[in-house]
Ligand binder design. Structure first.
Ligand SMILES: [Zn+2]
Length: 236
């Protein structure tokens, strides 16, 4: 959340998507710092300036553009998978527990979480996909292999458990979250699709050839029915 990945998503059809957010978040933070700096230089009695207002607008526009495009890209993928319901982790839990106040404030600004959920819901509706917001408490520290919660460790993007399980932390949490919501077990996963924002589009980051194995390619078993297929959108 925030520093590394904007959205991690897992589907019961065995797909995983990871939208990388580091660059976006860095730029958002840089603009915020520039706004703070300009504000500290304002003459007494003044609270804003044209330049500050322009920076606010720019920051918001850039974020909204990336979030809009993300939601659309994701919904197209989920629709193609035959997903009927999307569960979104309630970020407010995670933010209050795991982030320092200072990070919290900036992350909240970046996410404008309620607005993001609205955006997600509107776009999902166009595709006939329903959205539910659920608590994602403890999903980031629960081992999907053995259920351990106390002794697991997260180091950057890597999740590690004493049982030997090691995985991408956000994708791992997204899967655990999905397993709690879906009434069916979540099977083996295809290689995650990683996406990067280039100011216009979210595009797939290509895999290195030595890791591309045809065995990992999955066939889409969708029969056209959207019933019973779920996805989780973990934003942690
Ligand atoms: Zn474990």
């Amino acid at each position: 959340m925030g520093a590394n990945n904007l959205v991690a998503c897992t589907t019961t059809t065995g797909q995983q998507y990871l939208y990388e957010g580091r660059d976006l978040f860095d730029r958002f933070r840089e603009t915020t710092e520039e706004i703070d700096r300009l504000q500290s230089k304002l003459r007494e009695g003044r609270y804003s300036s044209q330049r500050i207002r322009r920076l606010y607008r720019k920051r918001t526009r850039r974020r909204d553009h990336a979030q809009d495009a993300l939601v659309r890209d994701l919904m197209e993928r989920l629709y193609a998978e035959g997903v009927a319901t999307v569960y979104v982790g309630d970020l407010t839990d995670v933010l209050s527990t795991h982030w320092r106040a200072e990070v919290n404030e900036k992350t909240h600004q970046f996410w404008a979480f309620r607005a993001f959920i609205d955006r997600l819901s509107h776009t999902a509706e166009e595709y006939g996909i329903s959205v539910g917001v659920r608590s994602e408490a403890d999903t980031t520290r629960t081992c999907p292999a053995c259920g351990e919660q106390e002794d697991t460790d997260r180091d950057g993007d890597v999740f590690r458990c004493p049982c030997g399980h090691e995985a991408h932390a956000d994708l791992c949490a997204s899967r655990t979250f999905l397993e709690r919501q879906a009434s069916e077990p979540v099977g083996p996963m295809a290689r995650p699709v990683r996406l990067k924002w280039d100011d216009h589009n979210w595009s797939e980051i290509l895999h290195s050839p030595e890791r591309a194995s045809p065995n990992e390619k999955r066939t889409n078993q969708s029969t056209g029915s959207q019933d019973g297929k779920f996805a989780s959108v973990g934003t942690a």
